[in-house]
Design a protein around this ligand. Structure first.
Ligand SMILES: *[C@@H]1O[C@H](CO)[C@@H](O)[C@H](O)[C@H]1NC(C)=O
Ligand SMILES: *[C@@H]1O[C@H](CO)[C@@H](O)[C@H](O)[C@H]1NC(C)=O
Length: 263
């Protein structure tokens, strides 16, 4: 009986999905339970596949970090829905500033050890980006400045050089670990695939500027040197000495650059 009910549920669900999957020629119930059950099982993978919805499901969900879940539960009249881990601001009170950021015309301060500065415009700066899967950043480079090797765990990146000359590259994953690199001039565009370690270095004589578009409202950044040698607490130098095949004191001096407490 339970099996029959589940089959009915699946058949109804399949029919609701039939539009999207018309190319599969989904079977309609012909009164034969055995056939129906077999069909249901056969098409289950397509249902599971379709359970993932990559589009935003609504016009927008302006991130409203001031709305805690607790408030949402206590105040029954409150309209916020939680999407992507953040409460959505009531769309009726959405305004232009929710979708707005100013400042990418301002040169970043590159007076630091690496000689580069990223000015992000992601969901932290533009709450209206929440659930939309895109963001942007300005990157400034002093002469010979470096945006050091890093990855974006949640985004691919497409970079446009606005000014200057950049040597850029990324490394493919194991086992090839192939460096794919190029020198870019003003107007050139280069892609860094999701999750891969990449970098840019200013190899021109003046300052350089680039605009990076990313396929996530919250791309995340893992700077390799900071993560490996600058973690809080520090990773044991025994671990890093073996991983990098160097002496422990080489690891100590690398870790000392980040001035962190040792474990
Ligand atoms: C629910 O919250 C909204 C917004 O904070 C407030 O205007 C309203 O009065 C609250 N309703 C109740 C029943 O507490
Ligand atoms: C740039 O950053 C450096 C180092 O943090 C600081 O000393 C300097 O005042 C900053 N320059 C400007 C124009 O903000």
């Amino acid at each position: 009986m339970l099996m029959a009910l589940f089959t009915v549920y699946l058949i109804v669900a399949f029919h609701l999905e039939a539009k999207k999957f018309s190319e599969l020629q989904l079977p309609y119930f012909d009164g034969n339970w055995r056939n129906a059950w077999q069909s249901a099982v056969a098409y289950l993978p397509y249902m599971i596949k379709n359970a993932f919805e990559p589009s935003p499901l609504q016009d927008f969900c302006i991130a409203d970090p001031s709305n805690s879940v607790l408030k949402f539960l206590k105040n029954v009249t409150f309209r916020a829905a939680m999407v992507n881990g953040l409460a959505c601001k009531d769309p009726k009170i959405a305004e232009a500033t929710d979708f707005f950021f100013t400042g990418l015309h301002i040169m970043g301060n590159t007076s630091n050890k690496v000689g580069s500065k990223v000015t992000p415009a992601n969901v932290a700066q533009i709450p209206g980006l929440n659930t939309l899967g895109i963001s942007i950043a300005r990157i400034d480079y002093a002469p010979w400045g470096l945006n050091p090797p890093h990855t974006h765990p949640r985004a691919s990146e497409i970079l446009t050089v606005l000014e200057g000359t950049l040597y850029v590259g990324f490394v493919t994953s194991n086992p090839e670990n192939r460096l794919i690199s190029k020198v870019l001039q003003k107007g050139d565009v280069f892609v860094f695939p999701m999750g891969l370690v990449h970098f840019q270095r200013n190899v021109g004589y003046g300052n350089a500027v680039a605009l990076a578009a990313l396929s996530s409202q919250n791309p995340g950044v893992i700077t390799i040197a900071n993560a490996v040698f600058g973690s809080k607490q520090a990773i044991s130098s025994d671990v890093l000495a073996k991983a990098f095949q160097v002496e422990k004191n080489t690891v100590d001096s690398l870790q000392a650059q980040f001035v962190l407490p040792k474990m």
